[in-house]
Structures are given as C-alpha cells and as structure tokens.
Design a protein around this ligand. Structure first.
Ligand SMILES: Nc1ncnc2c1ncn2[C@@H]1O[C@H](COP(=O)(O)OP(=O)(O)OP(=O)(O)O)[C@@H](O)[C@H]1O
Ligand SMILES: [Mg+2]
Length: 226
C-alpha cells in the first residue's frame, strides 16, 4: 500500500475550532494513479501537505510508503520527503532567477555535494524527455513560458526518482493545448517508472486521463462526527 490514512483530523494551529480534514479511512495502492477533484477551499492542498509530511495531522495515522509520518520528527519527515516524494505545487515555485538546470539541481538530494557528472547527465536527460530545448536550459526560469516552466517543474519533481508523485493543480495556468501536452508527458513518465500519483484539481475535464477518480467530499468529511 502506498498510502493508508486512518482517522486523520487536521486543523490549522491558528484556527483550532475549524477542522479542515476529517478522513475516516483512505488507501492508495502502489503504482496507482488517482485524480481527486473538489472545489476551492475544500482542503485539497491541505491534504497533500499532510500526505507529504509538510503538515502533521492533529490526530490519526498517516502511513506513506510503509512509514508512519505522524510518528516522525520534522527532520525525518523532511528527509523522507526529499528521498521518496516528488511534489508539484499549485504555483510551481521555480526560483525565477535560477535557470532550468539549476532549479532542478537544487531539488536533488545530492545538491549539497559537488555536482556530479551523473547528476548532470540525469538532468539533461529529463529536460530532453520533457522537450525543453537545450537553448533554454540555462535561461532564467522567469524568461521561460508558463508551459515550459511547468515542464521544468515536472523534471524537478522527478529528479530524485520518487516512488510517490504529488501534484497540486499543476495545469491551472496552462491553455488547453499546453494542458494536453503536459498531461501526456506527465502520465507517460509516471507509467514508465511505475510511480504512484496523487493528482488534485477542481478541473473535472482532467478526469479523462485517470482510471481512478474521486471527489474530495467522499474522502474528507470535516463536518462529520470525530
Ligand atoms: N495557512 C492556513 N491557515 C489557516 N487556514 C488555512 C490555511 N491554508 C488554508 N486554510 C483553510 O483551509 C481550508 C482548505 O484550504 P486548501 O488550501 O487546502 O483548499 P484547496 O482545496 O486546496 O483550495 P484551492 O482549490 O483554492 O487551492 C480553507 O478553508 C482555507 O481557508
Ligand atoms: Mg489548493
């Protein structure tokens, strides 16, 4: 099992009376790809932050790739995330003044060490697979088109060869053509590498790309009894 949640509750510390997540039980098998849709403010990003160990649940068990994130120190959770989880943000958060290459290198868990030829090669391979032309590898991210930046963000999420990829509305700023291209590239890489994928969006048209489709309101019942 890639993900196994039990009786997970979450509220933001500043608002102890407002429960954002109440998930009695939810699982995802290794190698599965799930699309979770739900309206703005429903708790999609919050759920992903709990799954990736950025946030600790207020209560409950968060088992990811066989490890109990709710029992780890924040340092161990950070290390676990860097090693096993790729994360694509809602705003993809490339560092604007760094070039594509260095944005990816920074995400590498080896980035503190001297840059190794293997890492260099790995990044080049990813950028090529993602159709970023070599002319653009060393341009600052802010000079790339939104579609190009999104593809660099995929590369960044994949550089550590994650078993689990978490995607938070990564297509929200793409036009229909770029969206289709992005989804095609993302899902083919995911399939080729047997990556487990949790993909959230409010955009129901994306459900066509997935076999497993869930509404967040079926998973998360913050109004329900504790
Ligand atoms: N840092 C925070 N502090 C307090 N409350 C927050 C914080 N971040 C989010 N919330 C609240 O938690 C709820 C869920 O927010 P979340 O960002 O998870 O929704 P979402 O489904 O990702 O929405 P969107 O589709 O707009 O990205 C909202 O009511 C929001 O106001
Ligand atoms: Mg969100």
């Amino acid at each position: 099992m890639a993900i196994d949640l039990k009786d997970v509750n979450f509220h933001y510390p500043e608002e102890p009376n407002q429960r954002v997540l109440h998930i009695p039980s939810w699982t995802l098998s290794a190698g599965e790809q799930v699309f979770i849709h739900g309206p703005s403010g429903g708790g999609k990003s919050t759920l992903l932050s709990v799954l990736s160990g950025l946030f600790l649940p207020s209560e409950g068990q968060v088992n990811v790739l066989g490890q109990r994130l709710d029992q780890m120190t924040s340092r161990r959770r950070d290390r676990f995330r860097a090693r096993h989880i790729g994360y694509m943000f809602q705003q993809f958060n490339l560092i604007p003044y760094l070039n594509a290459f260095d944005n990816i290198r920074l995400a590498s868990q080896f980035s503190q060490q001297k840059k190794t030829p293997e890492l260099h090669e790995e990044i080049q391979k990813l950028l090529s697979v993602l159709n970023i032309s070599a002319n653009d590898w060393y341009r600052p991210a802010r000079h790339l088109s939104i579609g190009q930046q999104q593809r660099v963000a995929i590369a960044r999420a994949l550089i550590n060869k994650p078993e689990l990829l978490i995607a938070d509305e990564p297509t929200s700023s793409l036009d229909p053509l770029n969206k289709e291209a992005f989804m095609g590239v993302l899902l083919s890489i995911v399939a080729e590498n047997d990556i487990t994928l949790v993909f959230v969006s409010h955009d129901l048209s994306l459900s066509n790309y997935f076999n497993r489709i869930e509404s967040l309101s079926d998973i998360n019942r913050p109004e329900g009894s504790a």
